[in-house]
Design a protein. Structure first.
Length: 231
């Protein structure tokens, strides 16, 4: 792994991924909206920055040229297929052997075997209805983006994050294939460590075609169960 593209690099998660990638010696191409480019000012002399909407196919086509890996934050903004358009452009234009690492929340389920509480599902429905009505977020489009990823034969991984908090790194999170596993019960991860898992996944072949749900390795549930991963 020599060169990576980080799509959605100006957000909190994206900036952490930029830092982790640079720490590993990778050449970084960062993609973010024009109005957010200033958020990458601390890195501007060390990375290439391409400004534009991440669902702009031409932007993605130019950004992923020569990249061995692509890290993509699937943000469900607006009503114009932002997540699905971004994901599809990455799937279409990344190099054939590139590792593609996407991010989403726990609500995405690959095989229907995830177990969610009634409270979680109720809150998801209410939040989805309100934000879609206001034109702010389209959760259904993020779900469509993930369906396209799951159907692809590209070398993808979809990292599903728990609730996030700020703070110093607690190390590489632990993961399970299914929400509902006791190891995930604490439902908390440091944002810096979510980013660390994303970058680390670039070089972990065992995560190809997996959708790991992650939690802090120092969370009570992870410490209680003491496993690195589960089925």
């Amino acid at each position: 792994m020599k060169k990576v593209c980080i799509i959605g690099a100006s957000g909190k998660l994206g900036r952490y991924m930029v830092g982790h990638a640079l720490d590993r010696g990778y050449e970084v191409v960062a993609v973010c909206r024009q109005e957010s480019m200033e958020k990458l000012a601390d890195f501007k002399d060390r990375i290439q920055i391409i400004g534009g909407r991440t669902n702009d196919r031409d932007i993605i086509r130019r950004a992923v040229v020569g990249c061995d890996g692509v890290l993509c934050v699937l943000v469900p903004w607006g009503k114009d297929n932002y997540s699905s358009g971004t994901a599809q452009a990455v799937l279409d234009y990344a190099a054939p052997e590139a590792r593609l690492i996407f991010s989403s929340g726990w609500h995405i389920s690959r095989d229907g075997r995830d177990i969610y509480s009634k409270k979680f599902l109720r809150m998801l429905r209410i939040a989805g209805w309100i934000t879609r009505l206001l034109g702010l977020i389209d959760i259904q489009d993020q779900e469509e983006a993930c369906r396209r990823i799951f159907a692809s034969d590209r070398l993808w991984t979809l990292v599903r994050g728990s609730d996030l908090e700020e703070g110093e790194s607690e190390g590489l999170p632990v993961w399970s294939r299914h929400v509902g596993d006791p190891i995930l019960q604490s439902n908390i991860t440091r944002r810096i460590d979510f980013a660390l898992f994303m970058v680390d996944a670039l070089t972990r072949p065992e995560l190809i075609h997996e959708a790991p749900a992650i939690v802090s390795r120092l969370s009570p549930s992870a410490l209680a169960h003491g496993r690195e991963k589960t089925a």
